[in-house]
Every structure is written in structure tokens, then in C-alpha cells.
Design a protein around this ligand. Sequence first.
Ligand code: IVH
Length: 701
Amino acid sequence: MAKDISSPAVDDLSEKDAAQELVRLAAEMTKHDKRYHQDDAPIISDAEYDALKSRNSAIEALFPDLVREDSPSNRVGAAPSAGYTKVKHSVPMLSLGNVFSGDEVQDFFSRIRRFLSLEETETVEVLAEPKIDGLSFSARYEHGRLVVGATRGDGQEGEDITANLKTIRDLPDMLMSDAPKVVEIRGEVFITKDNFLALNAAQEKNDAKVFANPRNAAAGSLRQLDPKVTRSRPLTLFAYAWGEADPVDWESQEDFFARLKSWGLPTNPLTRVCKSVEDVFSAYSAIEEQRASLPYDIDGVVYKVNRLDWQQRLGFVSRAPRWATAHKFPAEQAETLLEKIDIQVGRTGSLTPVARLTPVTVGGVVVSNATLHNEDEITRKDVREGDTVVIQRAGDVIPQVVKVIADKRSQSSRAYVYPDACPICGSHAVREEGEAVRRCTGGLICEAQAMERLKHFVSRNAFDIEGLGAKNIEVFYAEGLIANPVDVFTLAKRDEDPRNLTPLRHKEGWGTTSADNLFQAIDEKRTVSLDRFLYALGIRQIGLATARLLAQSYGSLKALRANLDKAQDRESPAHEDLLNIESVGAAVARDLLEFFAEPLNSEVVDGLARELNIEDFEAPDVGRSPIAGRTVVFTGTLETMSRNEAKAGAQALGAKVAGSVSAKTDLVIAGPSAGSKLKQAESLSIDVVDEQGYLKIIGRA
Ligand code: IVH
């Protein structure tokens, strides 16, 4: 065992070998962690374990770009997520949109006003509260008693951390006064700055892991397989939202805050109600001024519409509410050397310039890469290799190059020449008129595109396969094990084939258990919803929201393909139907049709259809919605709601909203000043109602 650990010498490793070695070490150490922490039965000595760990760190130090997400150096104790049971959130845990400037704050309010069709005189009250830089949690109380605690996970499903949450003193086991039958309390767990320093000092003394920042310390402490460890860590929390609740007997965010306090939950004392945009700006400034002296880290201010009925009307856009946003503090900046400009090739062939930097710390995080966006950006800022540049980083946003420090430029410096060939496959890279990006024309023969598509295919919002992240995809792709999405689902079959001489379990870094776990994780994802499936294909411009609308419009993969086949004829009714889908314009339609017209893509879709159970679109649970499955068109002026609210509302009730009237239309809602669409409806004898009539149909009047 010891021999295995130290050879070959770290300095002799090529980059490729190093990558493989890191995979092997991560798997090896996971195995030992499990034997030590879960089975209480280690099979190597502490010294041997430490040798593995140092070897891993030494390789990472030489190849910092290869550091894996599951790197043993990032591991806190033994917290492999496989050790937790999953909890499905009954109401998804959403994230927040971001704004950075005063103008964007104004836009946020204007959007709300427009959406709700508010009179000028009406004020939009919001609650402003600090955005805590911690870890979100959900705590479910039934009849006042804490029953389940969970992490956010992917928003739909988190990890069961009930035992750990129960060790946090500030979180009551029983709610104090008149608790609802069910209420899921959501909030942020964190560690104060002082406690973080003290914890790190203690860790250092015990030769244990030192945390990079309070957020990491809180995460590492909460996600512990052993609740005793969590108990020993100074975790605390603020509550700020709810998930499922029955009954909801509060009418505003403010009321809810008062309820939180009455139940004995900690709330942030800096929270206040703002009655105007000016109020909001002053709340923001006041909180920003206190930032440095607050005992905990914050990274912005969150604004939430106070009235609950408005929150309900505003609803959500994909993963974030329309009724709340995070106003982030300004980006932190630093100066460093831009060593090199690399061109990355994305999933759709886009070439993106990336600045490789001499590593520098910005706002507590080491940054060694920054984005340069595109060709024009480089020209506009005249960024050159060897320049000293100012970079900035704001929140989770990718660091950016802000400007070049001209005085520090060397005389021999040359303007950067943007490539017109793909750096990966050599195909022509062309920039179409009116487009900001240059694209590789190699399609799937371009390894970069093929691989990026695969990475997208297994990413979180797509197939999300445990144990098959970007790094493993790279390794499997390099070894020819997975060349396209279908290969993911035939991996086990091919692996078990007796003619296969090197099954996964015999490969470096793998064993029977880890190989079986991977195959099982893949099998678990064989049933997939149509919208997730469409998103996973990685078609240009088809994000989550559009994928969902496509699924909703066509219902099944079979219907979608048949209709898109017909729609290849730009004059066909099927093409018109496609353009009629909300958010599908000419450009999106073109990308979609191009994708399905490419035989290689069709083959992949056929192959996947054989391997998977792709579920037909399930209309959202809207009870007996009278318009579920119907195609409706709004035209003319609406009086009680904006056009956007009307569309979003109809979609939430399971209807398809189309932009123009055709034989497929079931119902036209016509307000005053309706014109040609109304005429069209009449000539096709389609049902027409006015706004009040519509509200009656959907039970809102
Ligand atoms: S409200 C539906 N309030 O920020 C709204 N979130 O970037 C749910 N966060 O996932 C979130 N402080 O973990 C809210 N005062 C606050 C917050 C807060 C921190 C976190 C939360 C969320 C993330 C989004």
C-alpha cells in the first residue's frame, strides 16, 4: 500500500497522468474515509492516510487547474453526500435574481408595477434585509414540533440534516406560540466572524482543516455525518422565509417576520419596511455602511414585496421569484498580471476568450482566470497578453477584466490577434453578421463541442447524475468510454460485456463499489420529464424556461419530433404553430429546427429514446383547471392585469399561450381595442370572451 502511495514521483507526472492520479486518489480516500468514519474499520494507518493526502495536495499544487470538485483537500471530515438521505422539498427552495446598480433597482420596481398594472399612486412596499453569506436550510415543523431539517440541494431535493440542525441552539425544537399545523421555516445558517477565527485557531492547533472563510466553515460544520461535530461548532441562524405552510395566516412579509419572532426564531434586526424607492436606497446605504462592523458576513441586501397577494400574483420566473431580488454590494477589485489569453470552445461552438492571471486574492477568494467576454471586448479594452489589468469579482459572478493599466504596458507588447480557426479542431470559426460571438463550424466533430455538450447533459438542471460530473466526463471521453449522451446510458451494458477486458472496477481509482454506485446512479435517472430531457440536449437558446414551454406545447417527444419535422417547411402550419409558442421567435425556431435536422443529433435522440423513459409533459397540478391543455390568445387591452401577468397566470393553470390566432386556438380573450386577432377568431368561429368572462372561467371573478 505504502509503495503505491508514493510512486510515480509527483514531479514526473504529465498533466494527463496527474488528472488520472487525482481521480484515483479521490476515490481511494473516499473509500478510506468511509471505512474510518462510517464503518469504524480503517484498513490503513493514519500515517498512510496522511501520505495519500499529501500526495494529493502536492499534485494539486503543481496542477492547480486540475483541482477536482470532490478533491480530498476540500473535504471536511467525512461528509460525502452519499451519506445523507435525500429530502424532496414540498415547495422548491428558490434562488434570487441579482441587481447591482440603482438603475437595476428602479427596473426591478418598474417590472413589478407593470406586471401588476399598478396605478401611479399605488406604493410598492418592500421588506429590506441583509443578504447573509451562509448556507440556506429548511426546517419543517408539524404541530409546532421540528420534524425534518434539510439543505437546499438543487432546490428540488436537499439532504436530510435533521440531527445536525437540532444541535443548533438558536433553532427551537418546539415553536413557541400558536404554530400552524405545518410550517417550513427557511433561513440561513452561519458562523460569526469571531467564531470563525476562533474555530480556525483551534483547528490549526489540532492539525485539522483550516477553513477559507466563514461560509465554508458553516457549510463544513453543518454537513457533518456526525452530529456531535456539528454540536461542537458555533453555528447560528436567521430565519427569513417559508416553504409549505398550512394555514398561511399572515398577509405580508412583515406579518410573517412578526410571526417568526413570536415562534421564537431569530430574525435579522436590520430588517425594515420601505415605502418608496428612496427608502430602499437609504436602507441599502445604511446596511452597507454597517457591513464591516457587523459580526457576520453579508453580501448584499434582499428586497421582498411586502404584500402576500402581490407575491402570489407575481409568481416566479424559472428559479427565482419576481417579487424579490438581491441588491449586491459592489464588486471587489484587484490588480494582477494577465499572463495569457486562452480561447475556450463552448457547447454550441462559441469561442470565449479567457484571461489566465497570476493568482490574486479578491474579496477573500483566489482568482486565476477571468472572462474577457468576446472579441469586441478585447478590441475595445485593447487587452494584450503581458498586460497588468484590473479585475473584479462580484458575488458568484465569474471574475471579469475591467481595464488595462496602460502605464504598466511593456514596449514590446503587441495587440492580440483573435483566431479565425477553432483552437481545438481547426475548423473555420466564423462570426455571423450581427452576432457578438465567433463560432467553430466543426459541430460534433469538434471534441470541445462534443465534450461540453456531454458536460451540459449531466449537469445539475439536466440529468444530474451523482458521481458523473464534468471531471469524470473528461476522463471517460478521453478514454473513449463516453463519446455522446447515449453512451452514458449504455455504459453499464458495455462494461458488463464479457468481451470487455478492462471493466471500470479494474481501472485505476475505481473499485467494484464505486463502479456499481455509478451504474446505479445512472439507472436512477432513466426516467426523465420531457422538459428536462429537452433542456439536457443542449440546443442553442433552449434554456429551462423554453424547454418547459416546448414540452407543455407538444406534450410528448413523439409529437414534438413529428411537428418539428413538418415545421422544417417554413411555410407549413406546423412552423406557424412553433412560432406561436410563447418565447419562441424566429431565431430560437431556427436553432431548434437546425438541431433536429442534423442526422447526428437525430441519432442521439433516437438512441436516448430507446434507453430512457421520457415522461410526457404533465400539466402542473392545477386541480380541475378549466383551461388546462387549452390554447389561449390574449388580445387588446386588459384592465385588471398586465399582459405578462395574464400569460404567466394562464400558463400556471396549464394553458398554452399563443401569440396569434389559428385553427388550434381554443379561446381568445379580447379586451377593448382588439383588432385583427379578434376578426380572425370570429372568422374561424373560435370562442371569444372579454376579460371579465375569462376571470369567471378561471374562477377569479
Ligand atoms: S430569500 C424565495 N432572504 O441567498 C426567496 N435569501 O442568492 C428565498 N439568502 O438561496 C430567499 N440571505 O440562501 C432570502 N435575507 C435573505 C437571505 C437569503 C441570504 C440566500 C438564500 C438564497 C440565496 C439566493
